[in-house]
Design a protein around this ligand. Structure first.
Ligand code: ATP
Ligand code: MG
Length: 440
């Protein structure tokens, strides 16, 4: 097929045959968030570019290389590259900081970054994220990590390593920046152009550069752990104690700095080796300075985001279970024009009772309709011709067992169907019970 316009590079379609994977992750994410007391928040797909310059940071890869921005009339807008900035802007703008704290919100949202597409790296991808606003306590850090951990476990994922680090606060960073500048200054001639600019403005960003030469140089760079102030150091120690008590295993990884400028103190990533080089399925941390940076009064906060595509990839790789796609309970096979009208009425009654009902809309032969019913996995089929309409009775065929039951087509039709349908489920469960007893 010569399709004239194809989808843009780095974007993906989700067809109906794959949608149950998305429903599974979205449902488990919503349930997990809800069990931790988080409520959903929704915010625009695009925001003023300035929001991301101020929050994500002007020297980050995201801002310098990856944003989709447009000039619309007099204003500059950007498709959101991540969810935290929009969430915090919305929380502030809607006066939620005046309500009881902590505020706990979650979102499921598309994000846009102009990156080089590869497995696990798209230009439009989706994040499940959660943010907690108001708590400075390391207990809150442990709670967020525990929520992400619980999400991954509920999805059935295994072999995912939690890496944690502390990247300190602005006061410990002053000394660290100086140490980094001294270190990189000597290797200046090998750094990429972007990192040369970062050397003055924000040397920590060099640690996150994707150029092979810069990342090789960064390997031997001083680590932030040696420069933490007492408060940040205590905070990190307490977080580790919480995680130990909560039985959440972790690795302290001083190399984790995260790609966004707003982080302070705790940062963490959940990493798998099962999906190739893009193995970070979830990342997050504390961002105590962000609200002030956006014009509010100092309010500590923290959060994380998980990439839905990467979660699904890992689940596929690990053969995790996905929700079953919804099947048709009954397919009505009308023979002739009069029967089509009757099928429409019967299907309507069944849907009111909560069943999934379909009937032929293609004027197909009996044989072709049976084949179609089989293909869509209908549990029951009801053939409806002139005889059935006259006698107000028809045969309901159980497609799994092949058995047929006569059913009345009067007012009690939906009820009668329900009885047969429930009986079929009950019989199946009973059979399963007997089977599992036998195999014990
Ligand atoms: P990475 O180091 O993989 O580039 P990141 O640090 O840029 O990730 P975050 O901004 O922390 O990513 O986003 C949170 C999560 O969103 C990541 O852990 C990942 O699962 C997912 N993610 C980020 N960028 C992409 C992308 N381009 N395509 C698919 N998923 C992504
Ligand atoms: Mg990235």
């Amino acid at each position: 097929m010569a399709l004239i316009v194809q989808r843009p590079l780095g974007t993906a379609d989700v067809t109906p045959s794959e949608i149950n994977k998305w429903y599974t992750v979205e449902q488990v994410a919503q349930d997990t968030a809800s069990s931790f007391g988080f409520k959903e928040i929704r915010f625009p797909t695009f925001e003023s570019t300035d929001l991301f310059l101020r929050s994500v940071g002007e020297t980050t890869d995201v801002v310098q290389k990856e944003m989709y921005s447009v000039m619309a009339k007099e204003s500059k807008f950007t498709l959101k590259p991540e969810g935290t900035a929009g969430t915090i802007r919305a929380v502030m703008q809607n006066g939620m900081l005046n309500d009881a704290l902590p505020q706990k919100v979650f979102y499921i949202t598309p994000c846009f970054r102009h990156e080089k597409p590869e497995a696990g790296r798209l230009r439009e991808f989706h994040q499940f994220g959660a943010e907690m606003i108001g708590s400075a306590s390391p207990a809150a850090d442990a709670e967020m990590i525990s929520m992400a951990d619980s999400l991954l476990k509920s999805l059935g994922l295994k072999n995912i390593e939690l890496n944690i680090n502390s990247i300190g606060c602005p006061s410990c960073r002053a000394g660290y920046h100086k140490a980094l500048r001294d270190y990189f200054e000597e290797k200046k001639s090998d750094l990429c152009d972007t990192c040369l600019g970062r050397l003055e403005k924000n040397p920590m960003r060099i640690l996150d550069c994707k150029s092979p030469v810069c990342s090789e140089i960064a390997k031997e760079a001083p680590v932030i752990s040696d420069y933490l102030c007492e408060e940040c150091s205590n905070h990190f120690t307490q977080l580790k104690e919480f995680l130990d008590s909560m039985n959440i295993s972790y690795k302290v990884n001083p190399k984790i700095v995260r790609g966004l400028d707003y982080y302070t103190k705790t940062v963490f990533e959940f990493i798998t080796t099962d999906i190739g080089s893009q193995g970070t399925v979830c990342g997050g941390g504390r961002y105590d300075g962000l609200i002030e940076e956006l014009g509010g009064s100092y309010t500590p906060a923290l959060g994380f985001a998980a990439g839905i595509e990467r979660l699904i990839m890992t689940m596929e790789k690990q053969n995790c279970d996905f929700m079953e796609p919804n099947k048709t309970d009954i397919y009505i096979v009308p023979m002739g024009q009069r029967a089509i009208v009757n099928s429409a009425v019967l299907a309507g009654r069944l849907r009111e009772e909560g069943y999934t009902a379909e009937y032929d809309l293609m004027n197909r032969s009996l044989k072709a309709q049976m084949k179609y019913a089989n293909k869509i996995g209908a549990a029951f089929v009801l053939v409806l011709g002139d005889n059935e309409i006259e006698s107000k009775t028809a045969k309901l065929k159980n497609m799994e067992t092949g058995s047929e039951t006569e059913i009345k087509l009067d007012d009690s039709f939906a009820e009668n169907f329900g009885t047969v349908f429930m009986a079929s489920i009950f019989e199946k469960d009973e059979a399963n019970d007997i089977f599992s007893d036998l195999t014990k």
